[in-house]
Design a protein around this ligand. Sequence first.
Ligand code: URA
Length: 183
Amino acid sequence: MTREEQLAELHKVIRNCRLCHLYETRKNAVPGEGSVSSRVMFIGEAPGAKEDESGRPFVGRSGELLMSMLEEIGLSRKKVFITSILKSRPPNNQSPTQHEIKACLPYLERQIEIIKPQIIVLLGGVAISSLVGPWKVSEAHGRFYESGGQTYFMTYHPAAALRFPKVNTVMREDFQTLKRELV
Ligand code: URA
């Protein structure tokens, strides 16, 4: 199987997943999208209402902001791979529980194995604590972290940047740091 086929196969499994109770309330699972040969992978928290409706990651307001930040550093939706820690929407956008994260994480690990990104960008506290440890975003943001042969870059979730103008500014500065690493 080619890597594209492996990813497509995995996404089919994710779309039919019933490993946690979120399958009962979701409309569509959201496996993620982008190129299988992406050098950069962006990981958010969980799908929201728009993502649940469409089955596509980051298509709501957070997504619009993320796309504008990508464009600012010469990236685009097509050039990267975008996904979230949870592949199904928690009702009322509740924070993911440890049980949901544990059930869903093997899907992300398999995506990482297939795509083999040079850098994984962790967007916000849930992505950071699920993959590298319980760091405060305010301390971790703008930093690279190496673990198990994988490079991570930590920054805020775009939803935080939508709420707080200061975070918006800082997050854009973080993206410039990321850009310097990518050249
Ligand atoms: N927020 C996320 O973390 N992921 C999405 O797909 C959309 C919003």
